[in-house]
Design a protein around this ligand. Structure first.
Ligand SMILES: Cc1cc2nc3c(=O)[nH]c(=O)nc-3n(C[C@H](O)[C@H](O)[C@H](O)COP(=O)(O)OP(=O)(O)OC[C@H]3O[C@@H](n4cnc5c(N)ncnc54)[C@H](O)[C@@H]3O)c2cc1C
Length: 486
């Protein structure tokens, strides 16, 4: 058996690398969207494409026929622009499990330091008729895999290698250049060597490609191979996610976000009595949120949505000593009883009653932006190109924008008979996509910084800003159109 495998591996290396037009590394939402979009376009569908994913996609394939009973904890808010792209260009929207997505139309954002500072965003100004849609990552990925299979049945072929890691990337040109440098002799090989990247895989095979796309997340091996710098910083914050049950189904169709000094806490609606939570928190608080008992967690969320920061700090201090200090279950309702019942019912989210067991997880938050998204024979999309604070729910949506812009650039290259790996074809992708992403990332970063202080002058100014902004409907409509990608 082992001998056979060794023979197969040896045979592969003797045959040399397989040649492809496009190799995509990463089977996350960005990579699968790119493969499906390239294969859906009548202009690019004949390109030979392979996608390589390090982990198994089996669970995602199974989701189509046997989705889990409860919502999974990785849920994103999709903008109308991303939805339109999936509906009209990629064609995967019809494969989404429609019973597990939730359209919503309003966002209410409010400040923990000043009860009167709040902004209500209303999506009715948007043509699409909705502000955003909540969908699980696995639902999006599953719909993309189904679309790719549908295209295969129609004769539009592509290859997906999952459970296959990229071990290294090189090119004959880079090797020849390195050899010249070490000997200090200008080798003839440099002039003749191919600059097509060669991707060496964990199954022993290698692929040589005209264009290599890194959709391989924050630590992108493709970005490293290309020598593209990525700049940014860690926030010293974790995004704690969880699936929760509300007291009953909320028919108000609202996403709630409270800005706390430890970071914003969002409760976003799912179908029926389900909701998802993204709680950006300090490392210390995130440890409490993960460690505390399943009975305490919902009450902590309710407390953080309603109580003042002094009360919250008192509760956190108790839980820091013992994350299962059940006395907080008496403290929280007692402190909430100082609020008027009408106020609680009208101006705050419905109480959370349960957390779905095993759904709590935390992710370190950071900002990073690659200096460019392209170089010769290389393009980056999604988190490989940029990672952003989740407070405005933009990361995956920016990735969809990248895919759309990259496919447009490749389509132009194919139409004009150009080499799709050349910088001439790829450069317009960077110039169309990078500046807008940079502005959006800057806005998310500033929002995080402005709201994570309790220094009075800033609290006063942001309260003044929020109250005035809330009265200026036309400015809010403009902001909504921008955030929703319209
Ligand atoms: C708490 C939180 C909440 C969020 N909420 C939102 C939201 O509401 N809206 C929104 O738009 N975005 C949101 N985001 C961001 C969003 O989740 C990400 O932007 C998105 O999932 C990134 O997708 P991707 O495909 O670019 O990268 P990834 O999902 O990271 O995929 C990269 C893939 O590359 C593979 N890979 C890496 N290295 C190799 C290798 N050597 N060989 C083979 N394969 C490899 C990995 O296995 C992985 O599958 C949120 C993020 C967080 C943390």
């Amino acid at each position: 058996m082992l001998f056979k495998r060794l023979l197969a591996t040896a045979a592969k290396s003797v045959q040399g690398p397989v040649l492809q037009d496009v190799v995509i590394i990463g089977g996350g939402p960005a990579g699968l969207s790119l493969l499906a979009a390239l294969k859906s376009s009548s202009i690019t569908r004949n390109l030979k494409c392979t996608l390589v994913e390090g982990s198994s996609l089996e669970g995602i394939r199974e989701f189509a026929d046997s989705p889990p009973e409860e919502y999974t904890n990785r849920v994103v808010s999709l903008t109308p622009k991303s939805v339109e792209f999936m509906q009209s260009k990629i064609g995967n929207w019809e494969f989404m499990n429609q019973d597990r997505i939730k359209f919503y139309n309003n966002i209410i954002a409010y400040d923990s330091q000043d009860r009167t500072s709040r902004i209500v965003f209303d999506g009715s100004a948007i043509e699409a008729g909705f502000l955003a849609v909540m969908a699980e990552n696995v639902n999006i990925q599953s719909s993309l895999l189904q679309r790719i299979s549908q295209l295969k049945e129609e004769g539009v072929d592509s290859t997906i290698l999952d459970n296959t890691k990229v071990l290294s990337i090189g090119s004959a040109l880079k090797e020849a250049e390195a050899a010249s440098e070490s000997t200090n002799i200008m080798s003839e090989n440099v002039a003749t060597a191919s600059d097509w990247p060669i991707v060496n895989l964990s199954d022993g095979s290698s692929i040589q490609t005209r264009l290599l796309v890194g959709a391989d997340g924050f630590n992108s091996p493709v970005r490293k191979y290309a020598g593209i710098q990525s700049r940014g910083w860690a926030y010293d914050r974790f995004g704690v996610v969880a699936t929760v049950k509300l007291q009953y189904e909320d028919y108000r169709s609202i996403g709630w976000q409270r800005f706390l000094t430890t970071g914003p806490l969002a409760i976003l609606p799912l179908t029926e009595d389900n909701a998802t939570i993204v709680w950006s928190s300090t490392p210390e608080l995130s440890e409490i949120l993960i460690a505390c008992d399943e009975q305490i967690f919902p009450e902590l969320v309710n407390a953080a949505m309603t109580l003042d920061e002094v009360s919250l700090n008192f509760i956190y201090a108790k839980l820091k000593k013992n994350p299962n200090d059940f006395s907080v279950l008496d403290d929280i309702p007692w402190r909430q009883s100082r609020l008027k019942v009408n106020d609680l019912e009208e101006n705050y989210p419905l109480p959370v009653t349960e957390v779905v067991p095993g759904s709590r997880a935390r992710f370190p938050l950071k900002l990073s932006h690659a200096d460019t998204y392209t170089s010769a024979r290389i393009a980056l999309v999604g988190d490989a190109a940029h990672t952003v604070h989740p407070l405005a729910g933009q990361g995956l949506n920016m990735g969809q924008g990248d895919v759309q812009a990259l496919v447009e650039a490749i389509e132009k290259g194919v139409t004009r008979g150009m080499d799709i790996g050349s910088t001439l074809v790829l450069e317009p992708y960077t110039s169309n996509q990078w500046p807008g992403n940079h502005v959006l990332m800057g806005v998310c970063d500033k929002l995080h910084k402005i709201f994570s202080t309790d220094w009075y002058p800033i609290v006063f100014l942001r309260g003044f800003g929020m109250k005035n902004l809330n009265m200026l409907d036309f400015v809010k409509d403009m902001m909504i159109k921008n955030i929703s990608g319209r």
